[in-house]
Each structure stands twice: as C-alpha cells, then as structure tokens.
Design a binder for this molecule. Structure first.
Ligand SMILES: [Zn+2]
Length: 348
C-alpha cells in the first residue's frame, strides 16, 4: 500500500499505523465468523460416547443393567456417528440441521491450512456440505455464501463443533480473583446459556437491505454501513495478500486489520454537503484502496465518528461459567469460537 502525504501537516505517515483500535474492539465480535477447525479440536482425544457410557454403566453396576442397555448403547453409538444438531440461525431465521464431520474431512482440513483464504474456503465448503435447511431447499454454494452473516456462521460453527465433538480442547485462563492459572474443560453445550442466542433479526428489512448511516466531519463524509456476508469476507480476504493477513494476526490478534474491519462493514461512501451529495463509491474494490490511503487525520476523524456496536446485538455470546480450581471463585469466560478454537490454524 502507498503511504499518504498528510496535506495539512506535511507529516508523512503510514495510514496502516493509525490507531483505530476501538473500531476493532467494537466490531470484532461481529467479525469473527470462524475460519476453520484447529488441530487441537481435530484431534479426537476425548473418549467415545461408547466408552463414556460403558464406564458409567460399570460405575452403576449395582443397578443390575442387562443386555437391554447394551442394545441401547449400540444404538446410541450409531446415532453418534451421524449426529445432527438442529438450530435456528439468528439472522436468516432459517432452521438448519448441522451434521457431524467425518475423519476424512478432518484430514482434508489439516492439509489445506496453507493460507488463510484457502482455509476459509475449505471451512465454508464444510459448513455448506453439513448444513441441511429444514424447509428442504438447498441453495448453491455461491448463494449460501451470500446469505451467511457472521452471527449465522458462528452459530453454524458451534453446531458443527457440537455435532462432531464430545469434549472441547482445554483452555488455560488466569483467574480474575486469585490470579492463578487454571484449566477450563468444556463440552460444547457448556458454552451456551440463556442469553447466548438472545437476539434474532427483528428489523423490518432483510439483513441484506439493512444499513445504518453515520456521518463524520460535520456530515461531509457519510458512511452507509451494512452487514457483511461470508461472500464479502472472502472478497476482502482474497484482495489482501497472505503476508498481511498473517501480519494482522500477529500484530492485532485478528485476521483483519482495523482498516479492513471498517472496509468490511462499509457499503457506500458519500461525500458532499447535504443536497449536493455524491456517492464516492459503493464497490468493495474501490472502498479498500480508499480507506487504506486516507490521511491519518481523516482516518482519525472517521474513527471518532462511527460506532459499529449496533451490529453486535445479533452475535451469539458463547461463554463458560466454571469455578477457579484454586480459589473456587465462579469465573465467566467469554469464548470466541473463532479465536479460541480456530485461530491456531490460521496462524500457521
Ligand atoms: Zn482463583
């Protein structure tokens, strides 16, 4: 990217270094539609359902369980092999059934994690192949990508984890009460609480038509922000080179930089006084260079003038609530499925 001369101050600065971290914080939860399945999740280290139940049966042998239970056990095991999770997607409001992934697919995912965007594509294919719409319709892969909003993707990925895995990888966290590190062991359902899927789409227009307008510089520059789909995300990701994506991960802990975040939500940029407004651009291809080449001063003005938190309302909130192993204090730990269970693969 070209650096931009700040015409007002004459200071030569790289707009990529402009701090718009609050924009990032406000919208990153929304952005984290997951990227893939990490190695650690892929390793089925957990006991099989059969082993767990057998062990349970042994412990409860005084109940004199007979062959009937072994029969039931066989059935359970077979159900487990084709487990399906039914959920409603918070944005499209469609009911879907997510089926478990196979061992071969796990292997394919492991071998494809060469670059972030190819990994993204593979995970999207996986989601597509394992999602059945309960009304019987099946969109094409392209249509599917154009309909998947971040909250829906996060929900589907949770469904995929739930359908495919019994136990999630351990997480190490520092207790906010005693300061010691402890291990959190969870099953997928531990991440879901009463308020996890609290909000579903309730606007009068569809998510694709919904935009909010925000003004900066006293109304001279207006942004129409909308809800990005997976298709938008792929487009942006493919326009950034793999090195900058990796750089974003190491520098900002996220696949997209703060400027990319802004780009992701921007549907239209309008300039000019009221009554004499001109649409500067409404194409991603133009929005990316426009935002990347802003002078620091303008970037800063935009940063302070916009608020993307409105989009977070529909994002499912996954978290665990478990006591610290040392002091027993109940700890609520927010779990971003993408970051916690998927990021590792991206950082390769
Ligand atoms: Zn503690």
């Amino acid at each position: 990217m070209q650096n931009q001369q700040d015409t007002n101050s004459g200071i030569h600065m790289d707009p990529a270094n402009v701090d718009i971290s609050h924009v990032q914080r406000e919208s990153e939860a929304f952005l984290r539609a997951a990227q893939g399945i990490p190695e650690e999740v892929l390793q089925r280290e957990q006991p099989s359902i059969e082993e767990s139940i057998k062990s349970n049966l042994n412990q409860r042998s005084s109940f004199n369980l007979g062959p009937k239970y072994l029969e039931a056990l066989t059935q359970l095991d077979s159900i487990n092999n084709t487990k399906a999770i039914s959920i409603q997607l918070p944005m499209s409001l469609r009911k879907v059934e997510i089926t478990s992934i196979t061992g071969a697919e796990e292997q394919a995912l492991k071998s494809v994690s060469v670059s972030p965007d190819s990994f993204l594509k593979k995970v999207n294919e996986l989601l597509y192949n394992h999602t059945n719409f309960e009304d019987g319709s099946k969109p094409t892969f392209n249509e599917f990508l154009g309909e998947v909003y971040p909250p829906d993707k996060a929900t589907m990925l949770w469904g995929l984890l739930n359908a495919s895995y019994v136990v999630l990888p351990e997480l190490e966290r520092e207790c906010t009460s005693c300061g010691q590190k402890y291990i959190i062991q969870s099953v997928p359902n531990d991440l879901v609480h009463e308020d996890t899927f609290k909000n579903v789409w309730d606007q009068s227009v569809s998510p694709s038509e919904y935009t909010i307008r925000q003004e900066t510089f006293g109304g001279l520059i207006k942004f129409d922000f909308g809800i990005p789909t997976e298709k938008d995300r792929l487009l942006i990701t493919s326009m950034l080179n793999p090195e900058s994506l990796k750089n974003n991960i190491s520098k900002e802990g996220s696949i997209l930089s703060t400027l990319d975040v802004l780009t992701f939500f921007t549907k239209r940029i309008i300039v000019g006084d009221p009554g004499e407004e001109t649409i500067l651009t409404d194409l991603f291809q133009d929005i990316i260079p426009f935002l990347r080449n802003l002078s620091p001063k303008v970037a800063d003005g935009i940063r302070s003038g916009i608020d993307l938190t409105v989009f977070d309302a529909y994002m499912p909130k996954f978290y665990t609530e478990k006591p610290c192993a040392h002091c027993g204090d109940m700890q609520k730990v927010e779990v971003d499925i993408e970051l916690v269970y998927f990021r590792k693969s991206l950082a390769i």
